[in-house]
Ligand binder design. Structure first.
Ligand SMILES: Cc1cc2nc3c(=O)[nH]c(=O)nc-3n(C[C@H](O)[C@H](O)[C@H](O)COP(=O)(O)O)c2cc1C
Length: 253
Protein backbone atom coordinates (compact mmCIF):
# COMPACT_ATOMS: atom_id res chain seq x y z
CA UNK A 1 0.00 0.00 0.00
CA UNK A 2 1.32 3.45 -0.95
CA UNK A 3 1.83 5.63 2.12
CA UNK A 4 1.56 9.43 2.42
CA UNK A 5 5.34 9.87 2.10
CA UNK A 6 5.36 7.91 -1.17
CA UNK A 7 2.35 9.83 -2.51
CA UNK A 8 3.32 13.39 -1.65
CA UNK A 9 6.89 13.79 -0.35
CA UNK A 10 8.77 11.42 -2.67
CA UNK A 11 7.45 12.94 -5.94
CA UNK A 12 8.51 16.38 -4.66
CA UNK A 13 12.00 15.19 -3.66
CA UNK A 14 12.46 13.26 -6.91
CA UNK A 15 11.42 16.27 -9.00
CA UNK A 16 14.33 18.41 -7.82
CA UNK A 17 18.09 18.14 -8.21
CA UNK A 18 19.45 15.44 -5.79
CA UNK A 19 21.88 17.83 -4.08
CA UNK A 20 19.09 20.37 -3.59
CA UNK A 21 16.81 17.61 -2.26
CA UNK A 22 19.56 16.57 0.18
CA UNK A 23 20.07 20.10 1.55
CA UNK A 24 16.33 20.79 1.55
CA UNK A 25 15.57 17.65 3.57
CA UNK A 26 18.27 18.41 6.13
CA UNK A 27 17.04 22.01 6.49
CA UNK A 28 13.41 20.87 6.94
CA UNK A 29 14.38 18.23 9.53
CA UNK A 30 16.53 20.75 11.41
CA UNK A 31 13.60 23.18 11.56
CA UNK A 32 11.13 20.43 12.43
CA UNK A 33 13.31 19.32 15.35
CA UNK A 34 12.61 22.71 16.97
CA UNK A 35 8.85 22.58 16.50
CA UNK A 36 6.93 20.65 19.12
CA UNK A 37 4.01 19.84 16.79
CA UNK A 38 6.36 18.44 14.14
CA UNK A 39 8.11 16.26 16.72
CA UNK A 40 4.75 14.94 17.86
CA UNK A 41 3.77 14.23 14.24
CA UNK A 42 7.03 12.31 13.74
CA UNK A 43 6.13 10.13 16.75
CA UNK A 44 3.44 8.69 14.52
CA UNK A 45 6.18 7.01 12.47
CA UNK A 46 8.08 5.75 15.48
CA UNK A 47 8.85 2.08 14.97
CA UNK A 48 7.69 -0.48 17.52
CA UNK A 49 10.24 -0.88 20.31
CA UNK A 50 12.27 -4.01 19.52
CA UNK A 51 15.49 -3.49 21.47
CA UNK A 52 18.36 -5.79 20.60
CA UNK A 53 21.63 -6.25 22.46
CA UNK A 54 24.66 -6.73 20.21
CA UNK A 55 28.36 -6.22 20.94
CA UNK A 56 27.63 -4.80 24.37
CA UNK A 57 25.13 -2.17 23.15
CA UNK A 58 21.38 -2.24 23.33
CA UNK A 59 20.03 -1.05 20.01
CA UNK A 60 17.13 1.24 20.52
CA UNK A 61 18.91 4.37 19.42
CA UNK A 62 22.69 3.94 19.65
CA UNK A 63 24.70 6.15 17.34
CA UNK A 64 27.21 4.56 15.01
CA UNK A 65 29.60 6.75 13.08
CA UNK A 66 31.08 5.50 9.81
CA UNK A 67 34.50 6.80 8.98
CA UNK A 68 36.32 6.55 5.67
CA UNK A 69 39.43 8.17 4.36
CA UNK A 70 39.19 11.40 2.40
CA UNK A 71 39.29 11.14 -1.41
CA UNK A 72 42.35 13.37 -1.47
CA UNK A 73 44.39 11.26 0.97
CA UNK A 74 46.67 8.80 -0.85
CA UNK A 75 46.31 5.17 0.15
CA UNK A 76 49.67 5.23 1.97
CA UNK A 77 48.26 7.87 4.30
CA UNK A 78 44.97 6.04 4.91
CA UNK A 79 45.71 4.83 8.44
CA UNK A 80 46.56 8.33 9.66
CA UNK A 81 43.43 9.68 8.01
CA UNK A 82 41.22 7.09 9.78
CA UNK A 83 43.00 7.77 13.07
CA UNK A 84 42.34 11.48 12.67
CA UNK A 85 38.60 10.89 12.16
CA UNK A 86 38.54 8.29 14.92
CA UNK A 87 40.08 10.64 17.51
CA UNK A 88 37.78 13.45 16.46
CA UNK A 89 34.52 11.49 16.48
CA UNK A 90 34.82 8.61 18.95
CA UNK A 91 33.36 10.53 21.88
CA UNK A 92 30.12 11.12 19.94
CA UNK A 93 29.66 7.51 18.85
CA UNK A 94 28.48 4.36 20.60
CA UNK A 95 30.31 2.38 17.92
CA UNK A 96 32.60 3.21 15.03
CA UNK A 97 32.46 1.68 11.56
CA UNK A 98 35.51 1.57 9.33
CA UNK A 99 34.19 2.05 5.84
CA UNK A 100 36.71 0.30 3.60
CA UNK A 101 34.24 -0.46 0.84
CA UNK A 102 32.81 2.66 -0.75
CA UNK A 103 33.39 2.40 -4.52
CA UNK A 104 33.15 6.17 -4.82
CA UNK A 105 36.49 6.85 -3.11
CA UNK A 106 39.26 5.73 -5.45
CA UNK A 107 41.40 2.94 -4.00
CA UNK A 108 39.41 2.65 -0.76
CA UNK A 109 38.43 -0.96 -1.37
CA UNK A 110 42.09 -1.96 -1.41
CA UNK A 111 41.99 -1.48 2.35
CA UNK A 112 40.00 -4.71 2.52
CA UNK A 113 43.17 -6.64 1.67
CA UNK A 114 44.38 -8.55 4.77
CA UNK A 115 47.68 -6.70 5.28
CA UNK A 116 46.13 -3.25 4.87
CA UNK A 117 43.07 -4.12 6.95
CA UNK A 118 45.22 -5.59 9.74
CA UNK A 119 47.39 -2.49 9.83
CA UNK A 120 44.33 -0.27 10.05
CA UNK A 121 42.61 -2.39 12.71
CA UNK A 122 45.76 -2.57 14.85
CA UNK A 123 46.28 1.20 14.66
CA UNK A 124 42.65 1.85 15.64
CA UNK A 125 42.79 -0.75 18.47
CA UNK A 126 45.87 0.99 19.82
CA UNK A 127 43.94 4.26 20.14
CA UNK A 128 40.80 2.52 21.40
CA UNK A 129 42.13 1.34 24.73
CA UNK A 130 40.58 3.96 26.98
CA UNK A 131 37.16 4.67 25.46
CA UNK A 132 36.83 1.10 24.07
CA UNK A 133 34.20 1.65 21.39
CA UNK A 134 33.05 -1.40 19.43
CA UNK A 135 34.79 -1.29 16.03
CA UNK A 136 32.96 -2.59 12.96
CA UNK A 137 34.08 -3.07 9.37
CA UNK A 138 31.84 -2.38 6.38
CA UNK A 139 32.54 -4.64 3.41
CA UNK A 140 31.83 -4.59 -0.31
CA UNK A 141 29.39 -6.98 -1.98
CA UNK A 142 31.77 -7.64 -4.88
CA UNK A 143 34.30 -9.76 -2.99
CA UNK A 144 35.34 -13.19 -4.21
CA UNK A 145 34.79 -16.07 -1.75
CA UNK A 146 38.52 -16.20 -0.95
CA UNK A 147 38.69 -12.42 -0.38
CA UNK A 148 35.71 -12.67 1.96
CA UNK A 149 37.34 -15.56 3.86
CA UNK A 150 40.46 -13.47 4.37
CA UNK A 151 38.46 -10.48 5.60
CA UNK A 152 36.53 -12.62 8.07
CA UNK A 153 39.78 -14.13 9.37
CA UNK A 154 41.37 -10.68 9.69
CA UNK A 155 38.32 -9.36 11.54
CA UNK A 156 38.40 -12.32 13.92
CA UNK A 157 42.14 -11.95 14.59
CA UNK A 158 41.62 -8.30 15.43
CA UNK A 159 38.52 -8.77 17.61
CA UNK A 160 36.28 -6.73 15.36
CA UNK A 161 32.87 -6.30 17.05
CA UNK A 162 30.78 -6.59 13.90
CA UNK A 163 30.70 -6.60 10.11
CA UNK A 164 28.31 -4.54 8.01
CA UNK A 165 27.43 -6.40 4.83
CA UNK A 166 27.28 -4.67 2.45
CA UNK A 167 28.16 -1.34 0.87
CA UNK A 168 27.04 -0.50 -2.70
CA UNK A 169 28.01 -2.66 -5.69
CA UNK A 170 30.11 -2.03 -8.77
CA UNK A 171 28.00 -4.54 -10.67
CA UNK A 172 25.69 -2.51 -12.92
CA UNK A 173 24.64 -5.44 -15.13
CA UNK A 174 20.99 -5.18 -13.98
CA UNK A 175 20.69 -1.58 -15.21
CA UNK A 176 19.85 -0.89 -18.89
CA UNK A 177 22.86 0.97 -20.37
CA UNK A 178 20.71 3.98 -21.34
CA UNK A 179 19.70 4.50 -17.70
CA UNK A 180 23.03 3.65 -16.10
CA UNK A 181 25.06 6.15 -14.10
CA UNK A 182 28.48 6.15 -12.50
CA UNK A 183 29.13 5.14 -8.91
CA UNK A 184 28.14 2.43 -6.46
CA UNK A 185 24.72 0.91 -7.07
CA UNK A 186 22.38 0.56 -4.09
CA UNK A 187 18.84 -0.69 -3.49
CA UNK A 188 16.93 -3.57 -5.06
CA UNK A 189 19.65 -4.72 -7.52
CA UNK A 190 21.94 -5.26 -4.54
CA UNK A 191 19.53 -7.25 -2.42
CA UNK A 192 20.45 -10.80 -3.40
CA UNK A 193 24.18 -10.22 -3.43
CA UNK A 194 24.25 -8.65 0.01
CA UNK A 195 22.00 -11.36 1.46
CA UNK A 196 24.38 -14.00 0.08
CA UNK A 197 27.30 -12.28 1.82
CA UNK A 198 25.40 -12.08 5.11
CA UNK A 199 24.70 -15.81 4.81
CA UNK A 200 28.34 -16.67 4.10
CA UNK A 201 29.70 -14.57 6.95
CA UNK A 202 27.27 -15.84 9.57
CA UNK A 203 27.79 -19.46 8.47
CA UNK A 204 31.51 -19.08 9.02
CA UNK A 205 31.88 -16.76 11.96
CA UNK A 206 30.27 -15.71 15.22
CA UNK A 207 30.97 -12.03 14.49
CA UNK A 208 27.59 -10.23 14.53
CA UNK A 209 26.48 -8.96 11.12
CA UNK A 210 24.52 -5.84 10.31
CA UNK A 211 22.79 -6.40 6.96
CA UNK A 212 22.61 -3.58 4.43
CA UNK A 213 21.51 -3.71 0.81
CA UNK A 214 18.12 -3.62 -0.83
CA UNK A 215 15.93 -3.60 2.28
CA UNK A 216 12.68 -2.11 0.99
CA UNK A 217 9.94 -3.86 2.92
CA UNK A 218 9.18 -6.45 5.58
CA UNK A 219 9.93 -9.33 3.22
CA UNK A 220 13.43 -8.14 2.26
CA UNK A 221 14.14 -7.39 5.93
CA UNK A 222 13.04 -10.88 6.95
CA UNK A 223 15.36 -12.33 4.29
CA UNK A 224 18.36 -10.64 5.94
CA UNK A 225 17.40 -11.82 9.41
CA UNK A 226 16.90 -15.37 8.12
CA UNK A 227 20.35 -15.15 6.52
CA UNK A 228 21.72 -14.57 10.02
CA UNK A 229 21.88 -10.78 10.42
CA UNK A 230 21.54 -9.41 13.94
CA UNK A 231 20.68 -5.86 12.88
CA UNK A 232 19.54 -4.07 9.73
CA UNK A 233 20.75 -0.90 8.04
CA UNK A 234 18.46 0.91 5.62
CA UNK A 235 19.43 3.62 3.14
CA UNK A 236 17.78 3.51 -0.30
CA UNK A 237 14.59 1.91 1.00
CA UNK A 238 14.15 4.83 3.36
CA UNK A 239 14.39 7.28 0.46
CA UNK A 240 11.76 5.35 -1.54
CA UNK A 241 9.41 4.30 1.27
CA UNK A 242 9.94 6.99 3.93
CA UNK A 243 9.74 6.65 7.72
CA UNK A 244 6.75 4.25 7.60
CA UNK A 245 9.19 1.59 6.37
CA UNK A 246 10.72 1.25 9.83
CA UNK A 247 7.39 0.49 11.46
CA UNK A 248 6.61 -2.03 8.72
CA UNK A 249 9.92 -3.80 9.34
CA UNK A 250 9.76 -3.81 13.14
CA UNK A 251 6.36 -5.53 12.96
CA UNK A 252 8.02 -8.69 11.61
CA UNK A 253 11.07 -8.68 13.88
C1 LIG B 1 24.37 8.20 -2.06
C2 LIG B 1 24.95 7.17 -1.12
C3 LIG B 1 25.91 7.55 -0.20
C4 LIG B 1 26.46 6.60 0.67
N1 LIG B 1 27.42 6.98 1.56
C5 LIG B 1 27.98 6.06 2.40
C6 LIG B 1 28.99 6.45 3.32
O1 LIG B 1 29.39 7.62 3.39
N2 LIG B 1 29.50 5.50 4.14
C7 LIG B 1 29.08 4.20 4.09
O2 LIG B 1 29.59 3.37 4.85
N3 LIG B 1 28.12 3.81 3.22
C8 LIG B 1 27.56 4.71 2.38
N4 LIG B 1 26.58 4.32 1.50
C9 LIG B 1 26.13 2.91 1.47
C10 LIG B 1 24.81 2.74 2.24
O3 LIG B 1 24.99 3.05 3.60
C11 LIG B 1 24.30 1.30 2.15
O4 LIG B 1 25.19 0.44 2.81
C12 LIG B 1 24.15 0.84 0.70
O5 LIG B 1 23.56 1.86 -0.10
C13 LIG B 1 23.29 -0.43 0.59
O6 LIG B 1 22.05 -0.26 1.26
P1 LIG B 1 20.69 0.21 0.51
O7 LIG B 1 20.43 -0.74 -0.61
O8 LIG B 1 19.67 0.17 1.61
O9 LIG B 1 20.94 1.60 0.02
C14 LIG B 1 26.02 5.25 0.61
C15 LIG B 1 25.04 4.89 -0.33
C16 LIG B 1 24.51 5.82 -1.19
C17 LIG B 1 23.47 5.37 -2.20
Amino acid sequence: MVNAYERFVRPLLFSINPETAHHFTIAVLRRASQVDLALRALKFFEPLPKPKAVFGLTFRNPIGINIGKSRTTPLEGATDDYLYSFRLLREFADYIVLNVSSPNTPGLRELQEPAALSELLRAIADKNQITRKPILVKVAPDLSPSELDEIIATCEENQVAGIIATNTTLDHSSIPPALDQEGGLSGAPLREKSTALVRTITAQSAIPVIASGGIFDAESAREKIEAGAQLLQVYTGYIYRGPALLREITKIL
